[in-house]
Write a new protein. Structure first.
Length: 276
């Protein structure tokens, strides 16, 4: 056990924005199963549920126009291992991990799955220590910077879906995918797929360990090309607004008083007129 563990856990609580009343509970959350029988697996199970509920609540409040399907898609991407791993790195969780000797030697302190699981265990520990509200607040604080850079309309969508939606929104026929080559033995093949969008004269190649992976790679390249070929259309200039005459406006004279120039001339009797 690290001799400077107290200071490490103190700094971790500062970054979490939560201070534990029970230090043993915090230590358990930081303990991998390889270290001993009292570990963080059950806390991880609890934290997973707390995380899903808290993120669902956060998305519901922040994106009122998203439907159920889109909310589920965005949540799935926010609670996946990679996102949790990135947050755990930001918190510098690895410095306080308690790992068995084997895991230490194999680099377990930087393994994404271990760091993601530990973060979930911390969420479960916060809930037991301070209640659901405390855990939810901690999760919201940690996810706020993540959500600032999230586009809910594209997050979690693969390249083929994004390309299809982009083309459909512009009434352009959908792309065509064609396997043009396969390399390697049957158990270790590499596929090459061509993605073409005839209307835009786009024809690109993508490769991958499966046909699906190769199609995704090709779609990504095609999507990148579409962005340069068809930039956003410029906005049409607004027509000038013609203001109608407001007859009720006291600053405008009544129609009866708006005499023509001829009516305003002083017409005197002619000199040759009959005298009185």
């Amino acid at each position: 056990m690290q001799s400077d563990m107290p200071s490490i856990l103190e700094a971790l609580q500062e970054r979490l924005g939560y201070r534990f009343a029970s230090e043993p509970l915090l230590r358990q959350a930081m303990t991998h199963r390889s270290f001993g029988s009292v570990n963080n697996e059950r806390l991880e199970f609890l934290g997973d549920s707390v995380l899903n509920c808290s993120v669902a609540s956060l998305l519901y409040q922040r994106f009122p126009k998203l439907d159920e399907g889109d909310l589920s898609r965005v949540r799935a991407n926010l609670v996946k291992q990679q996102t949790l791993f990135e947050i755990a790195q930001r918190l510098e969780i690895s410095g306080g991990l308690l790992l068995g000797e084997g895991e230490q030697k194999s680099g377990g302190f930087k393994r994404p799955s271990i760091l993601a699981d530990t973060l979930e265990a911390l969420f479960g520990a916060i809930m037991l220590d301070g209640g659901f509200e405390a855990a939810q607040q901690a999760i919201h604080r940690l996810y706020d910077p993540v959500l600032r850079n999230v586009d809910p309309n594209t997050l979690g969508k693969d390249a083929k879906t994004l390309l299809q939606e982009w083309l459909q929104s512009r009434k352009i026929p959908l792309p065509v995918y064609l396997v043009v080559a396969t390399h390697g033995a049957a158990h270790n093949q590499l596929f090459e797929v061509e993605c073409s969008v005839p209307r835009l004269s786009i024809q690109v190649l993508g490769s991958g360990a499966s046909r699906r992976a190769a199609e995704q790679a090709a779609a990504k390249r095609a999507l990148e090309q579409t962005q340069t070929l068809l930039p956003a259309a410029p906005r049409k200039p607004r027509r000038p607004t013609v203001r109608a005459l407001d007859l009720s406006d006291s600053t405008n004279p009544p129609v009866s008083e708006m005499a023509s120039p001829a009516s305003q001339m002083d017409v005197s009797p002619a000199d040759g007129g009959r005298a009185a």
